[in-house]
Design a protein around this ligand. Sequence first.
Ligand code: GDP
Length: 313
Amino acid sequence: MAAFTSLTDRLSQAFKHLRSKGKLSESDIDGTIREIRRALLDADVSLDVVRSFTSRIRERALGAEVSQALNPAQQVVSIVNEELTKILGAGVDRPLNFAKKPPTVIMLAGLQGAGKTTLAGKLGYWLRDTGHTPLLVAADLQRPNAVTQLQVVGARAEVPVFAPEPGVQAESSDVVEPGKATGDPVKVARDSIAFAQDKLYDTVIIDTAGRLGVDQELMQQAQNIRNAVNPNEILFVIDAMIGQDAVQTAKAFDEGVDFTGVVLSKLDGDARGGAALSVASVTGKPILFASTGEGLKDFEVFHPDRMASRILD
Ligand code: GDP
């Protein structure tokens, strides 16, 4: 995965130095841990996460499981793999939380440009492909072109869009011209649920407004939408390329909307993606999906163990 190419290379270098040795001394282990630490920090993994990660590895590597192993270097790699899996949210490898009584309501939150609208299309496409009947909802009325953009995405994914615009399945009274979206996003979201119930859509995906930075007004709006529609999932979409800001942003959204899951987007980018790796660990919320490009199919269900193995490949 492009966002982790450099991290993967660096970690594999660190393990290479170990492989030439038989029994490992404490200084061999410390040397490797220093390399791992530097690789993670250079990849933008947050300092707190790196600290606790490397101290757990050191403790385990100095313990019996390595000194008594037939192949100590391999044992260290396997410890790193297990600990990395934990950081990525081991134990909470779960699919979407579907409602017992449809529609399932999924709300998307995140900064502007994080990839929410693109994700709405991907999720819609994926759900349709797995036998669901999704409906996309344009509740981002902040950005002039957001409604139109969701309609384009919906058309591409062949998933209908509920939008506050004349003629497009809008049964909302918030009828506005495209490009002049000034309606009430809370009402649009609420109306979309009634619409889905009436027309038998089983999943409603609500795209919400983002800002360039976290701000109170944005958070309040997201909270109001959440309170109005009581989502089964609130997915926080985070651009893997935003670097160290990822942790602060994730914390702010966690406090603001108490999201239920994380989507890492732009993992195809070649910037350092490590900050995104801290998000599950810092918020304690599971990563549910990964987005790896602009196309509808550049999307996958996230499995912590598989991602750890790919990073350590
Ligand atoms: P929003 O403001 O959160 O709705 O973000 P958008 O969905 O509009 O995405 C912002 C930009 O990022 C668009 O140009 C998308 O095509 C692009 N984008 C979204 N997801 C990905 C991804 O996984 N990989 C890449 N390379 N680009 C993406």
